[in-house]
Ligand binder design. Structure first.
Ligand SMILES: [Zn+2]
Length: 147
């Protein structure tokens, strides 16, 4: 993955509190292929870097979700189970690194008792389709920042 540093997408979260759940099985037997960051409902969710909002999407499993492309449109960042979007967040909008894009929640198939951000990274194909790419383990992005 690139060397450009990404900020943690949950305000107040630290690399030390992350755990690698990328290969865990999830409903339907599919691998998780994402990072879950537990946080109280309403905690601000931050854009990991600058880039454009590719899609705001409501899905059965992910609930209220946001897909962001990086500035070069090589990668997509996926934020799910949001409680709501932040004001001014719309498809096509340019995001600043660290900008509040929404709030932690438990929409979709997350347990109401365990609000968290489900965060995924995938490498886009040549078609730059927000719904299709090759997943990468987000945990590895911040692993080296651990004490
Ligand atoms: Zn998850």
């Amino acid at each position: 993955m690139r060397s450009r540093a990404l900020v943690l997408p949950v305000q107040g979260a630290t690399a030390a509190q992350l755990s690698d759940t990328y290969t865990q099985a999830r409903a339907g037997g599919a691998a998780h292929e994402a990072l879950d960051i537990m946080a109280p409902r309403g905690t601000p969710v931050l854009a990991v870097e600058e880039g454009r909002v590719a899609k705001l999407f409501l899905s059965k499993s992910g609930g209220i979700t946001l897909y962001q492309f990086d500035p070069d449109r090589h990668y997509a960042y996926y934020y799910a189970h949001l409680d709501s979007y932040a004001d001014g967040v719309a498809e096509g909008a340019n995001l600043r690194k660290g900008q509040v894009i929404g709030y932690v929640g438990s929409t979709g198939n997350a347990s109401p008792d365990a609000p968290h951000l489900h965060f995924a990274i995938f490498r886009l194909g040549p078609e730059r389709q927000w719904w299709r790419g090759t997943p990468l383990n987000p945990y590895l992005v911040w692993r080296d920042a651990r004490p």
